[in-house]
Design a protein around this ligand. Structure first.
Ligand SMILES: Cc1cc2nc3c(=O)[nH]c(=O)nc-3n(C[C@H](O)[C@H](O)[C@H](O)COP(=O)(O)OP(=O)(O)OC[C@H]3O[C@@H](n4cnc5c(N)ncnc54)[C@H](O)[C@@H]3O)c2cc1C
Length: 72
C-alpha cells in the first residue's frame, strides 16, 4: 500500500480492469472470470454494492427475482 488509499498492483497480475463494483461491474468480472481471465475490479466506494444503498434509507430490493436476474 502506498498510503492515502492507493495500492500498487503488478501490471502482469490481471488481464482486464473493471471500473465499479455495482451490478454491471460484478457481472462483467464474473463473465471475464468464466472465460479464464483475471479481472481487477476497482471500486471507489467502501463496499462492492453499487448505487443501491444511496436511493432509499430502508430499501434493500423490490424487484422480482425474475426481472432482475444477476448472472453471478
Ligand atoms: C430510484 C431508482 C430506483 C431503481 N430501482 C430499481 C429496481 O427496483 N430494480 C432494479 O433492478 N433496478 C433498479 N434501479 C436501477 C439499478 O439500481 C441500476 O440499474 C443499477 O444500480 C446499475 O448498476 P451499475 O453497476 O451499472 O451502476 P451502479 O450501481 O451505479 O454502480 C457503479 C459503481 O461504480 C463505482 N464507480 C463509479 N465511478 C468510479 C470510478 N471512477 N472508479 C471506481 N469506481 C467507480 C460506484 O461507486 C458504484 O459502486 C433503480 C435506479 C434508481 C435511480
Amino acid at each position: 500500500m502506498l498510503g492515502d488509499g492507493y495500492f500498487e498492483v503488478p501490471m502482469n497480475s490481471h488481464d482486464a480492469i473493471v471500473i465499479g463494483a455495482g451490478q454491471s461491474g460484478l457481472a462483467a468480472a464474473h463473465a471475464l472470470a468464466a472465460q479464464g481471465l483475471r479481472p481487477l475490479v476497482l471500486e471507489a466506494g467502501d463496499e462492492p454494492v453499487g448505487s443501491w444503498p444511496l436511493y432509499y434509507d430502508s430499501l434493500t430490493l423490490f424487484s422480482p427475482l425474475g426481472t432482475a436476474h444477476f448472472p453471478a
